[in-house]
Each structure stands twice: as C-alpha cells, then as structure tokens.
Design a protein around this ligand. Structure first.
Ligand SMILES: NC(=O)C1=CN([C@@H]2O[C@H](COP(=O)(O)OP(=O)(O)OC[C@H]3O[C@@H](n4cnc5c(N)ncnc54)[C@H](OP(=O)(O)O)[C@@H]3O)[C@@H](O)[C@H]2O)C=CC1
Ligand SMILES: O=C1O[C@H](COP(=O)(O)O)[C@@H](O)[C@H](O)[C@H]1O
Length: 516
C-alpha cells in the first residue's frame, strides 16, 4: 500500500448541489483539488455537479479549472494530474423540485460506480440556499438515491434555520430521511487550523490547563472583524444580520471550544457533549433591559478606509434603504458554571471594520499585590492570544525585567507564528471538512442539540431587538464600531486588546517562527 492510499478517504460519489454557485467556485472545487493532490482522494471517486443551468461536462470542467487557478493553494501544475482529476467530474442539469431528474441521477450514479469502481458510498453536499435543503433530502430518498449498499452522508451548509423554530422544522424534515449521524452540519470555523488547535493548546500544555478557570482568568475576548461590507449578498444578509450570520455559529462555537471541560474520551460525541454543556450554561438574557445593557448592535454608515470612500450599509445595492439590520455585534456573555463563574466573555464581530482578523485573547488576572513588583510597577496583565485568521499562531505576553540598572519591568511577547513556518499554505477549512465528512469523522461538525441551544440563546436577543427601534448605533465604515462596545468593557475595568498586536510598540517581541 502506498503512503497516499493509507490516508485516502473511502471511495464515493460526491454530489455537489449548487455547482454553479459562489461557494463551489471559491471553496469547494479548490478543496477537492487540494485533497486529490495530497492523495486524500484516491481514484475511486466521482463528482457530479448539479444545478439548473445547462453545462456540458467539458464546460463544467472548464469552470472547475478556472476556479482552481484562481482560488486553490495548489495550481494545476502538471497537466497529467489535472487531466486525471478532471476526468472524475461530470455535470447534470437538475432542478431540485423535479423528482424525475433525481431518478435520472440515480441511473448516472450506477454508471459512475461501475466506471470508477466506487463501493456505493454517497456524499451529498448541499451548497444551496437553505429553503432547498428539505426538498432535496426528500427527493434523494424518493428518487432512490439512498438505496445503495454503501454509506450515505449529507453535508449541509449554513445557515441552519433562521431561529430555533425554523431550525427545528428543518431538522424534522431532514430526520425523516437521514439519521443524525449521517448529517454533517458545516460551520467552517471549526475547520480552521487554529480553532482545532484550541484543544491542543489547552489540554496539552501544563502552562495553561491549571490556570484555565475563574481563579486566574480575568476575561476572554473573541473578535471576528471583517473589512468587507455586505458586497452582493444583501438579499441574504439583510434578513440575517451579524447575529444570525456570525454569532449563532462561528462566535459561539469558538466560545464553546475555549470554555468546554476536557472530554473524557477523544470521541466526537464526547467532545460535542462538552460543547453542549457550555451552551446550556450560557446565561440567557432575561429581558430587553438586559439585552440593552449587555449587547451592542451597530450598522455601518458612510466612511472611509485608506483614503477610499466607503458606502454606508443602507446605500448598498440589494439592501433596504431603511434597513435596521445589524452589521456589528458585541456582547458581554457569561457561562454560569463552576469553572467560569464571574468571568465575562466579550464577543464582537462586524463588517467594514479596519482589519480582517479573528483573534481570541485570554486575559489573566494580575499576581497578588506584592512588595517586590506589583506595588512598585504598573504591571501589564499576562495574555494568551490565539490568532485564528488570516495569520495563524499564538503569542503570550508576560512581564520581564528591562535590562539595565533601574530595575524596571516591561512587557515581553513570545510568539509562535504558524503562518510564518508553514507559509500561507495550510489546508483550507473546507479541505479538512470535506475530508472528515468523507471519513465519517464528525467532531468538527455541529450536532443538532448544539445548534438548537445556540439558537435559543440568540433568539432572546433577536426578540428584544424586534421591539426596539432605538438601540441600533451607527458607526463609520472603516472604524472599530460603536463606542458603546468600548464602554461595555470599561464598565468592568477592562478594554479591548488591540488586534494583531497593533499598539504593542512597547512590547519586546521574541519570535518562535523565523529560525525554524
Ligand atoms: N458563498 C459563500 O462564501 C458562503 C456560502 N455559504 C452557504 O452556501 C450555500 C450556497 O451559497 P452560494 O454558493 O453563495 O450561493 P449561490 O447563489 O452563488 O449559488 C446557489 C446555487 O444553487 C443553485 N440552485 C438554485 N436554485 C436551484 C434549484 N431550484 N435547483 C437546482 N439548483 C439550484 C444555483 O444554480 P442555478 O441557478 O444554475 O440553478 C447555484 O449553483 C448557502 O447556504 C450559503 O449560505 C456559507 C458560507 C459562505
Ligand atoms: O460564514 C460566514 O463567514 C464569512 C467569514 O469567514 P472567513 O473564513 O473569511 O473569516 C463571512 O464573511 C460571511 O458573512 C459569513 O456568512
């Protein structure tokens, strides 16, 4: 057996619903090609692109070729690899609502099984708008596509519902056709290297785990900031807003990874059980006053970045000119459990902020007041910063003696820059997630009870906002969002730590990256 064969996922037919769409072009084709290049897809697979638009197989392969050229971390390179890869791709025009089309798809599948020696495994990837998730599942069943002798898996994109009620209805529809263990709900943040690294940083380091509690941690800050505006996605985003688009999923998932107890076994269900416990312990907002006190809701107005004028949200195409949708969200959240009692988690996300970054900051409590240092110097708190995106790495900030005779203390940062070591060529989240789904590894997919708990937390906020016409704050595009988000921390004696170490002029950097 060659090295590659030992890591390849089991052969399967991959049905890519939404094959002419944006996600397929920017993420899914490139991810499949990278997996193929690395031997994680052997030769016993086929990809069927599905959408309504007509395409010949050759036209479809040309689309895939262009997408890889533009977005893949591996370019096609040698023609031989590309030709072999492209040969596995076929296209079929299909309307989700046409059951006969699914029967035809079943016939095509039999041909592909025979041609590529595929053992009857099926992976259905729904890169479609969410209202089609239910109908596709029913037609897959009624069209006979689930009757093969191998496994069936459904990979489903976000958003999973609009609120708890609609998520329940969707889940109910899917559960008539697929078992929970066959459903792989994507949250692409769980596919990111540094989000997966949280478990290792926490549970494989004697430095951190003993301190990982309310005795030693003062607060946790999670920032997911974006420079982009709503772009062409107004149709979707104006109904969703930051709360549903980013908080219900990515931000709460990262919070759960930080806050969860160590699982008793490294089994997907044990890990997901621990995350559910965190969601259950989130203190629900009791009424709209509490939401007003602890949650900031903003929308970008006209502004600028690097001398470029930027439209306000309401001026964007396909957005209601009187929209009250939030493009910024910040909140103070508590997990009411033994480990985290009293520790605020500050979470924020926004569009049209000054930088694109995702960072998690763990701020430790200061050492006790002592005659040696804490009374004589203004000590900076120790920080552990996990850089998720786009730079990957961690740094810790500690206090050290400034060289010289006057015995002063200065902050020193020690950095592990993962991006500098492996370049910007780490696997994309979608590569990892497609590979995991093909291997039946569900750890980094969200289970139904996690999704439901996250919705019930978020729904209380949405409900309070529905009645409230005043809490929306406007912030200039290109700024760090409403000032109220700073006040939220100031009330507790904290401040947002600058992202990317931006104002760390006084910090000495000790890098763990370049010499390796
Ligand atoms: N784009 C992104 O970056 C991200 C997207 N997502 C999620 O991924 C999903 C897809 O998003 P995206 O690719 O941007 O959407 P697009 O609108 O770009 O693509 C939608 C796709 O669905 C197909 N489609 C629409 N109606 C039908 C139908 N009745 N029958 C068959 N095919 C149909 C379209 O093809 P045709 O018109 O030819 O039928 C097209 O291929 C959504 O759930 C989105 O929320 C999640 C995270 C990021
Ligand atoms: O799911 C989404 O995520 C992207 C941000 O993802 P990233 O990997 O680029 O950080 C966000 O722009 C989009 O609105 C949202 O739907």
């Amino acid at each position: 057996m060659s090295k590659h064969e030992s890591i390849a996922a089991a052969g399967a037919v991959y049905y890519l619903f939404g094959a002419t769409g944006d996600l397929a072009r920017r993420k899914l084709f490139p991810a499949l090609f990278s997996l193929y290049k690395e031997g994680k897809l052997a030769e016993d697979f086929a990809v069927v692109g599905l959408a309504r638009r007509p395409r010949t197989n050759d036209e479809f392969r040309a689309d895939v070729y262009e997408s890889i050229n533009e977005f893949c971390r591996y370019k096609q390179g040698d023609d031989e690899t590309w030709k072999k890869f492209a040969d596995h791709f076929v296209y079929m025009s299909l309307d989700i609502n046409n059951l006969d089309g699914f029967r035809e798809l079943n016939n095509l599948t039999e041909e592909l099984d025979a041609r590529f020696d595929i053992p009857g495994n099926r992976l259905f990837y729904l890169a479609l708008s969410p209202e089609l998730f239910g109908p596709v599942s029913l037609n897959l069943r009624d069209g006979g596509l689930l009757e093969s002798k191998g496994w069936n898996r459904l990979v489903i994109e976000k958003p999973f519902g609009y609120d708890l009620q609609s998520a329940r209805e969707l889940n109910e529809q899917l559960s008539h056709v697929f078992k929970e263990e066959e459903i792989f709900r994507i949250d692409h943040y769980l596919g990111k290297e540094m989000v997966q690294n949280i478990e290792v940083i926490r549970f494989a380091n004697a430095f951190f785990e003993p301190l990982w509690n309310n005795k030693h941690i003062a607060n946790v800050q999670i920032t997911l900031s974006e420079t982009v505006g709503v772009e062409e996605r107004g149709g979707y985003y104006d109904k969703s807003g930051a709360l549903r688009d980013m908080v219900q999923n990515h931000l709460l998932q990262m919070l759960a990874m930080i806050a969860m107890e160590p699982p008793s076994r490294l089994h997907p269900e044990d890990i997901r059980d621990e995350k559910v416990k965190v969601f259950r312990s989130l203190r629900p907002f009791a009424n709209s006053e509490e939401v007003r006190r602890d949650v900031i809701r903003g929308q970008y107005s006209e502004g600028s970045s690097r001398d470029k004028r930027l439209n306000g949200y309401r001026q964007e195409d396909s957005v209601n000119p009187e929209s009250k949708t939030e493009t910024y969200f910040a909140a103070r959240v508590f997990a009411d459990n033994f480990r985290w009692a009293g520790v605020p988690f500050y979470i924020r996300t926004g569009k049209r902020l000054p930088v694109k970054t995702t960072e998690i900051v763990i701020e430790f409590k200061n050492v006790p007041d002592n005659i040696l240092f804490a009374r004589r110097h203004d000590l900076s708190p120790n920080l552990l910063v996990i850089r998720v995106n786009p730079m990957e790495g961690i740094y810790i900030k500690i206090n050290a003696k400034k060289p010289g005779v006057d015995n002063t203390v200065q902050p020193v940062s020690m950095e592990f820059c993962q991006s500098c070591q492996v370049g910007l060529n780490t696997p994309e989240a979608y590569e990892r997630l497609i590979y995991d789904a093909a291997r039946g590894e569900s750890t980094y997919f969200t289970r139904w009870d996690e999704v439901a708990q996250a919705w019930s937390f978020v729904d209380r906020i949405a409900e309070a906002w529905r009645e409230d016409n005043e809490s929306l704050q406007f912030y200039p595009a290109g700024s760090w969002g409403p000032e109220q988000a700073d006040k939220l921390l100031a009330e507790d004696g904290f401040h947002w730590w600058p992202v990317n170490g931006q104002d760390e002029d006084n910090v000495i950097w000790i890098s763990g990256s370049s010499s390796n």
